[in-house]
Write a protein of this length. Structure first.
Length: 500
């Protein structure tokens, strides 16, 4: 998160810095200016791409979920959970190696692509072999049938990750955004007609394959990586060592995508899985800007160096911004969801609103601690983040196993609340490194969002009234009132040139 005081009147503009450079050239300053511009442009491209993605996702969720209904949608999201887990972890961190390695030898990208091609073949065989067992575990053979067709989409995604990583290495975020948006458009152009044509959950699966192939073709168009099958261990060994050590925490966090097929469906059935999935997807779409901040946080934190004072200030302000943006949007939707969801999805989906408030509260707290994780990643404390992710998964899965049989869908909501405790590990790790961030503003804003979210469980009217009262009162706190003012100042200065 950028420091809101970055744009100070006394700072020279980029143009003034360039004029000074003409008199006495300073290549270091010019490099800083160029890097800052690229980071700012990259953030804009990623934000635009994410907003477009949200728009498309909301349309897709609305159409697909309404057409399929909770049961068929539950079958689909079980298969998708396995797909996302494999694509998130199957890259083995090799894309990170391509992006962050300072000196990258010629041919390394082609070697990594060859390795991923063989890995995709192995994954395909493994999925075909274990799909019957997954069908037995979940109690739905339809899930096993879908899983047998996932390897095509997985292979295309893994192969596309190599040229996309090379583009990100060059800070070509515009091209990356275009590739990802083009692939998403292809997905929905195939999915929606097939769903309307009665293909049920097979429509989104075919759309997923179309997305993967489009992603691969566009990625290879913008950055050509030679296709080959032969790879050498001497080249792959350092790449795997780097990638695996960096990505271990993400691997553990990715287990969250397996919650539906591993825990929810065997206990509560595919209909419950569909209802839970809608609540999760809605909370993710409402906190869209959090994803952009999380994607850029490691790079930004790394640029702050070892200045603990600046890092703590950035975390403190970032928490408050996240609590305001994510909390206000999620709490407003929680107040209205019992009206909105039946209207746009249908009455069959009303029960998803029972657990949305709990999912939203968990998402709010996770958003607040994203910068803690970014700061730890930036200085190589990946194990600390891994432990926190493991605690999150343990609390979620054990909570589901214990509470779903007794409380039904409410049990999943209570399990989500338990996961909030895992963030204590992030706080302790940051305190050991830099000292304690300032939590006052973020805490007040979280409480302001929590009151109407809980009030909405009683009735929408109570939620709306408490929302207005809660945010009116919290803005009386001086440290809180500064947060929206700073955000407004940042938006007003968005057109100013980036200084060094």
């Amino acid at each position: 998160m950028a420091d809101p005081n970055h744009h100070r009147p006394s700072e020279p503009s980029a143009q003034e810095s360039l004029e000074a450079a003409k008199i006495g050239p300073d290549k270091t300053d010019l490099v800083k200016i160029d890097f800052a511009r690229k980071v700012m442009k990259g953030g804009v491209y990623l934000a635009v791409r994410q907003m477009v993605s949200v728009g498309l996702s909301i349309v897709s969720i609305l159409v697909v979920a309404r057409q399929l209904g909770p049961t068929d949608y539950g079958v689909l999201v079980n298969a998708l959970g396995i797909y996302y887990f494999i694509t998130w972890t199957g890259r083995l961190g090799l894309h990170v190696y391509l992006i962050q390695t300072q000196e990258l030898a010629d041919g390394v990208a082609a070697q990594i692509l060859a390795f991923l091609n063989w890995l995709s073949l192995g994954l395909a065989i493994a999925l075909i072999l274990i799909s019957p067992a997954i069908g037995v575990w979940t109690g739905k053979q339809a899930i096993a049938e879908l899983i047998r067709w996932l390897p095509l989409a997985i292979a295309a995604d893994l192969s596309a990750s190599v040229p996309i990583a090379m583009l990100e290495r060059q800070l070509a975020f515009a091209e990356v955004g275009l590739i990802e948006m083009g692939a998403q458009f292809a997905n929905y152009l195939v999915t929606l007609p097939l769903v309307f044509a009665g293909w049920r959950y097979w429509g989104p699966l075919v759309g997923l394959c179309a997305r993967g192939l489009t992603l691969l073709l566009l990625a290879q168009f913008f950055y050509r990586v030679r296709w080959q099958w032969r790879w050498h261990w001497s080249v792959l060994r350092p790449a795997l060592r780097y990638g695996l050590s960096f990505s271990l925490s993400d691997w553990v966090g990715a287990l969250r995508s397996l919650t539906l097929p591993v825990v929810v469906t065997p206990i509560a059935g595919v209909e419950a899985a569909g209802l839970v999935s809608i609540a999760i997807r809605l909370s993710e779409q409402l906190s869209v800007l959090r994803l952009v901040i999380r994607r850029m946080s490691i790079s930004v934190m790394a640029r702050l160096g070892g200045d603990g004072r600046v890092i703590l200030a950035t975390i403190s302000r970032g928490m408050a911004y996240q609590a305001l943006m994510v909390g206000a949007i999620c709490s407003a939707f929680a107040c209205l969801d019992s009206w909105i969801v039946p209207l746009i999805f249908g009455d069959d989906w009303l029960r998803s609103t029972y657990i949305f408030p709990f999912v939203a509260l968990s998402a709010m707290v996770r958003a607040m601690f994203d910068l803690h994780a970014g700061a730890l990643h930036a200085v190589g404390y990946n194990l600390a983040v891994t432990k926190v992710n493991a605690a999150y998964i343990a609390l979620l899965w054990v909570g589901c196993w214990a509470l779903l049989p007794a409380f039904g869908l409410w049990g999943y909501g209570f399990a989500q609340l338990l996961t909030v405790l895992s963030n204590v590990g992030l706080h302790r790790a940051v305190v050991r490194l830099y000292g304690s961030p300032q939590y006052a503003a973020a805490t007040w804003l979280t409480l302001a969002a929590m009151v109407p979210i809980l009030g909405s469980l009683a009735s929408p009217i109570i939620g709306i009234v408490t929302f207005c009262l809660s945010y009116s009162l919290v803005l009386l706190v001086p440290t809180v009132r500064m947060i929206p003012q700073e955000l407004v100042n940042v938006l007003r200065n968005r057109s100013r040139p980036v200084g060094s």
